[in-house]
Write a new protein. Structure first.
Length: 78
């Protein structure tokens, strides 16, 4: 039995044990909470005003492992 099915079965068992007046109160409160929740729209991404050429050029070997290791050795030995 899935977790969602187990939880819904648990809720139904609780509702069966309650007197009918309390069940109506619970349903009214659930409808109140449902109407009270805010429905928000997903936020739109803001466009940046920077043109692409301002981002800078990346050297093709900038992320090459040997060049990074060589720069590390240069900084250690300097």
């Amino acid at each position: 039995m899935s977790l969602l099915a187990h939880k819904s079965q648990h809720v139904l068992n609780i509702l069966r044990e309650l007197p009918p007046a309390k069940v109506n109160e619970v349903i009214d409160f659930a409808e109140y909470l449902k109407s009270r929740t805010r429905k928000t729209e997903p936020r739109k991404r803001k466009a940046t005003d920077l043109p692409l050429y301002h981002m800078g050029a990346v050297n093709l070997k900038a992320f090459d492992r040997t060049s990074l290791y060589g720069e590390r050795l240069d900084s250690l030995l300097a």
